[in-house]
Design a protein around this ligand. Structure first.
Ligand SMILES: [Fe+2]
Length: 246
């Protein structure tokens, strides 16, 4: 994949905006993964470069897709094979601070450092088996649980509030808003989280925090273990082109 100079410049600008914040605000797992992944600051990283570090670390593989949005079944079918899909698209320069549509900067900068960390990979690996056997109503709940954990979750570290969610770690404006205390943050529990819809088109008005990665893992596993097998129509077969995201 060949990117234009403008796209590389957008990556570089975004990298600079976020790098200055993550040292203060990101959780330890992200910072460890960020150091180990050693992404290029000046240009959009090559897929081969990313996979040469991620796959040996956790067994996950990053797969690029031209699809910008897709349904969650396709996404989780890929997830079940430890395939993490990233888009070709990168936001316009006027959207540096926030974009409602997840772009490759979000996918790479926000998510991929975590895929260097085995404990985090195990958290992601809980989602696909639960989603693929759940009925439609439960699938909506699982999407909310993913939203308020791996996308926008918070975590406590030695009494301090830190960021776990990739959506926050890739958005300067929303990160600043959350870390200045403007957003109410409640204790994470699956039963509470599923009552809150995803906030795709605007900043989140509520977020959730757990004590550590293990606490997220334990609560999600407890909830997912209680999901029975899907009893209605089976899912259609996966499409040949990989999807972008749920
Ligand atoms: Fe994401």
């Amino acid at each position: 994949m060949v990117y234009t100079d403008v796209q590389h410049r957008t990556w570089h600008k975004l990298f600079g905006m976020l790098e200055s914040r993550i040292g203060r605000f990101a959780c330890r797992e992200y910072l460890d993964g960020f150091a180990a992944l050693a992404m290029s600051r000046d240009r959009i990283p090559h897929l081969a470069e990313l996979n040469s570090r991620i796959t040996p670390a956790t067994g996950w593989e990053v797969v690029r897709t031209p699809v910008r949005y897709s349904d969650a079944v396709d996404w989780y079918n890929q997830f079940a094979q430890k395939h993490f899909l990233i888009t070709d698209y990168i936001r316009e320069e006027k959207e540096l601070e926030f974009t409602p549509e997840p772009d490759m900067f979000h996918d790479i900068f926000g998510h991929l450092p975590f895929l260097m960390i085995p404990e985090y990979a195990q958290l992601e690996e809980l989602f696909a088996p639960a989603f693929l056997r759940a009925d439609d109503a439960t699938r909506e709940q699982i999407k909310r649980l993913a939203w308020y954990s791996t996308e926008f979750g918070m975590i406590r570290e030695r009494g301090e509030m830190k960021i776990l969610g990739a959506g926050l770690l890739s958005s300067a404006a929303e990160m600043d808003r959350v870390m200045s205390g403007e957003v109410p943050i409640e204790p994470f529990s699956c039963e509470r989280v599923i009552e809150h819809a995803k906030s795709v088109w605007e900043f989140n008005s509520i977020l959730f925090v757990a004590d550590d990665l293990q606490a997220y893992h334990d609560d999600l596993k407890r909830f997912f273990d209680a999901i029975p097998e899907r009893v209605n129509e089976p899912d259609p077969p996966a499409r040949s082109a990989p999807p972008a995201r749920p």
